[in-house]
Design a protein around this ligand. Structure first.
Ligand code: FES
Ligand code: FES
Length: 156
């Protein structure tokens, strides 16, 4: 066990953990940030998606020892100063979630996509979002919400 300091949503957090403890475990079990979900634990479903330096990554696959160098953003940090992003507002407006379980991962993947590609095509959306599985099959509404946020000017 070692002490690690992580920068998450603009705040430093110190945790004591084994170096191979997945970031997902640190977020949920050590820090109580339960917005990030556990799905498969194998990098397949995307439920655990967070950003590391703005890039969408699977937190179940990233050991804490590899997470100390960058800035981590979780679903709890997507809104800034209590203000929802365009993407989050469109998610609500278009009633995207059904059971909701996959949705924080979907939002994290979608927001990283919009930050990189402000006006993505259907093909670009499908290609990026194909790594986030939804058992309720909300894919059509996810695509609509991403397009609507892009029309409003992107991710902020
Ligand atoms: S829980 Fe990480 S990809 Fe499924
Ligand atoms: S909304 Fe239910 S799994 Fe995606």
């Amino acid at each position: 066990m070692k002490s690690y300091t992580l920068l998450i949503n603009g705040q430093k957090h110190s945790v004591i953990a084994s170096d191979d403890t997945p970031l997902l475990w640190i977020l949920r079990d050590h820090l109580g940030m339960v917005g990030t979900k556990y799905g498969c634990g194998k990098g397949i479903c995307g439920a655990c998606t967070v950003h590391l330096n703005g890039v969408a990554i699977r937190s179940c696959q990233l050991p804490v020892s590899a997470a100390t160098s960058g800035e981590i953003t979780t679903i709890e940090g997507l809104a800034k100063n209590g203000k929802l992003t365009s993407l989050q507002k469109q998610w609500i407006k278009l009633d995207v979630p059904q059971c909701g379980y996959c949705q924080s991962g979907q939002l994290m993947s979608a927001s990283a996509l919009l930050a990189r590609t402000p006006k993505p095509s259907d093909g670009e959306i499908d290609s990026v979002m194909s790594g986030n599985l939804c058992r309720c099959a909300t894919y059509t509404r996810i695509r609509q919400a991403i397009h609507a946020a892009a029309e409003e000017g992107g991710v902020a």
